[in-house]
Design a binder for this molecule. Structure first.
Ligand code: FAD
Length: 394
């Protein structure tokens, strides 16, 4: 079959694989370079809101994900006294949780089904705006478009000079998968706050429950995950003794620091960045990967309508403001959850409780879950011709 052209992608994480599957299913020849020796996803579980589920449908991975995940009907938030503050996050749309490995496998399968070539042990050194991907082994690969999906510390983003700021938020999270038992919630994702700590107990498949343990980096006992400092977390969350006792002393899961990445833009010439490379954010709203997957489909849609340089301008103009809003709300959620003064915890509960009842506020904070880009119907190019020409020239 004649292809529409060739695309080289750096990184076989959730973003790179979604983009690869979306592009290849629309007739592009696509090769993905992964620096790791094997294809794998690090981490424990993940929330997939409606926007991600629609992206997974678009790339043919949804059925496998739904079969291996847990449908959540009620995401609950409780306070330091175990009082229910809200269970209304999921107004419209679906929410699934799933072990990351299962999601990654579904995306690898979807990409391969549409002919994507995934090359492992192929580290990328950089890229240029003329559409060249530079490999660490010295090879230069030319394509109609190159895409950097190579994570927070993206070499592609650096080479294109797109980095504005990488901010360590000095918050983070231990994350673990524990064998699921009858003591775990069913179709309910539980999050509880205690002082500056947050725990999540989230059924993610018939076999596994996902646990996340968030706190500021300055909480030296809380950050100890290997060996796991069980006593300090039991003190904060006695109601979750059963789950905390199922985390092994030397768990596989490890500490993940949160970063915000901001950029001057998402492309230069014929080279673009997606996912954490373009907009890493704190995971407080469970949106960083979801919105990256939706954006990946949006990129493929834009390339259906325009030649690459124009498509990138349209795509960035349409999606970048959406992502910046999600980053802002996620940062705010993190500040309220982990930086609130200890003597005012009851006031925090009262505030969250009342906000939870204000539908417009809920909708605003969670807007990304219900947002799915539709470049098929064609946004207008409002960027001026001089600026467009400059960006196209790289
Ligand atoms: C604790 C925690 C919980 C989270 N929970 C959620 C959630 O519930 N929902 C949600 O939507 N998001 C969540 N996120 C965010 C989500 O994990 C990330 O946004 C997502 O994994 C980013 O995927 P990515 O493919 O863009 O980048 P990455 O996952 O970083 O993948 C990049 C890939 O590129 C490869 N690579 C890197 N450099 C090179 C190179 N030079 N050459 C070749 N390959 C390279 C890497 O090996 C990797 O495979 C969470 C994050 C954290 C830390």
């Amino acid at each position: 079959m004649a292809t529409r052209g060739h695309i080289e992608i750096a990184g076989a994480g959730l973003s790179g694989l979604t983009a690869a599957a979306a592009l290849a299913s629309r007739g592009w020849s696509v090769r993905v370079h992964e620096r790791g020796r094997e294809l794998r996803e690090i981490g424990a579980g993940i929330y997939l809101w409606e926007n991600a589920l629609r992206a997974l449908e678009a790339v043919g991975a949804y059925d496998e994900v739904a079969a291996n995940g847990e449908r959540i009907n009620s995401p609950e938030l409780r306070d330091h006294r175990h009082r229910l503050l809200q269970r209304e996050w999921l107004r419209d749309g679906r929410l699934y949780t799933i072990p990351r490995r299962s999601l990654h496998t579904a995306l690898v399968n979807a990409a391969r089904n549409v002919g994507v070539d995934i090359v492992t042990s192929s580290p990328v050194a950089g890229a240029s705006s003329t559409g060249t991907l530079e490999l660490v082994n010295g090879e230069s690969l030319t394509a109609d478009l190159v895409v950097g999906a190579d994570g927070v510390h993206s070499r592609v983003r650096e080479a294109l000079g797109l980095t504005s700021k990488i901010v360590n938020l000095h918050d983070g999270c231990g994350r673990h998968l524990i064998p699921r038992t009858a003591e775990d919630p069913v179709n309910v994702a539980m999050e509880e706050w205690s002082g500056g700590r947050r725990i999540g107990v989230v059924p993610s498949s018939p076999e596994w429950t996902y646990i996340f343990l968030c706190c500021p980096e300055s909480d030296l006992e809380g950050v100890q995950q290997r060996p796991f400092n069980r006593d300090t977390w039991l003190e904060s969350f006695p109601n979750f003794r059963s789950q905390l006792e199922r985390i092994p002393d030397l768990p596989e899961g490890r500490w993940a620091a949160f970063y915000d990445v901001t950029t001057s833009g998402w492309y230069r010439g014929r080279a673009a960045i997606i996912g954490d490379a373009a907009h890493a954010m704190s995971p407080n709203l469970g949106q960083a990967a979801c919105i990256a997957m939706a954006n990946s489909v949006a990129l493929a849609q834009a390339l259906d309508r325009y030649e690459p340089a124009t498509a990138l301008a349209v795509w960035e103009q349409s999606e970048l403001p959406v992502v910046r809003r999600v980053q802002r709300y996620s940062r705010l959620y993190g500040k309220v959850g982990t930086r609130w003064p200890a003597r005012l915890l009851d006031a925090r509960s009262a505030l969250i409780w009342s906000l939870a009842r204000a539908k417009p506020v809920q909708r605003r904070i969670q807007f990304a879950a219900g947002y799915f880009p539709s470049l098929d119907s064609g946004p207008r190019i409002t960027i001026g011709p001089a600026e467009l020409a400059a960006r196209q020239a790289g």
